[in-house]
Design a protein around this ligand. Structure first.
Ligand code: MN
Length: 245
């Protein structure tokens, strides 16, 4: 049997084919898995569990069917959907994991993260992250009417796109560095948790890296995004493969 990891689906009513691909994945392969982990950015945006969007409802239904079939479904919040709450998690039959979290996978401890915490070179983003993960900030935000929250999300997305464009127009090498994980942060994190395997998403740079950290050889597995196709990490007792869907 196999444990499945996905992240960075960025589900959005503007890209219905990707939602369909994910729902097909849930109806088929996920039903037969040992467990399903969604490591953040399941949704392109999330402004509260009271958002009546169709994509959210369909996806909750699909995830719920997997959970009801006896497959544990775990969710870690990403930087786009950090406001997914317990109400939505209950509807979808999934358990929310903290970021970072260590889980046991076929006898091996494995560290799971969304990945944004490792991008320490992006100091502006880390400041935004700290502010928006503050429970008081979140409560103030969620207390606003849905329309105001949706407007904020659109504005934040436009600001993020403008910033990316600005960085891309500048030094391409600097852009690559700022938007990827910081190698020292990766090594320190692996050493701190004393694990040899880290699985994360966020950077949209799917790969299985080997590196030295904490006095031994480690693996850093980066999940791919679902903008153009699907991406899934399949893990079993024999090993792991990172595949496109
Ligand atoms: Mn992300």
């Amino acid at each position: 049997m196999t444990t499945l990891f996905v992240s960075d689906l960025h589900l959005d009513p503007a890209r219905p084919a990707i939602t369909t691909l994910f729902l097909d994945f849930l109806r088929d392969e996920a039903m037969r898995a040992d467990a399903l982990y969604v490591l953040g950015d399941l949704f392109e945006a999330w402004v509260g569990d009271d958002d009546p969007s169709e994509a959210g409802a369909e996806v909750a239904h699909g995830l719920r069917a997997v959970a009801d079939a006896g497959v544990p479904v775990y969710f870690m919040r990403g930087n786009r959907d950090f406001l997914v709450g317990q109400a939505y998690a209950r509807r979808a039959g999934m358990r929310i994991l903290p970021d970072p979290a260590v889980v046991s996978l076929y006898g091996e401890p494995v560290l799971l993260m969304h990945g944004d915490l490792l991008c320490t070179d992006d100091t502006a983003y880390q400041a935004f992250r700290a502010q928006t993960r503050d429970p008081a900030w979140q409560q103030r935000f969620l207390d606003q009417p849905l329309q105001a929250r949706l407007a904020f999300a659109t504005q934040a997305r436009q600001a993020s796109m403008a910033r990316q464009k600005e960085m891309l127009a500048g030094d391409r090498g600097a852009f690559e560095t700022v938007t990827d994980v910081n190698p020292a942060a990766v090594e320190a994190t692996l050493a701190r948790f004393g694990v040899a395997t880290l699985i994360h998403g966020h950077t949209h740079r799917p790969a299985i890296h080997t590196l030295q950290a904490g006095g031994g050889e480690c693996r850093r597995v980066v999940l791919g995004d679902w903008y153009e196709q699907g991406s899934v990490l399949r893990v079993d007792a024999a090993g792991m493969t990172l595949d496109r869907l």
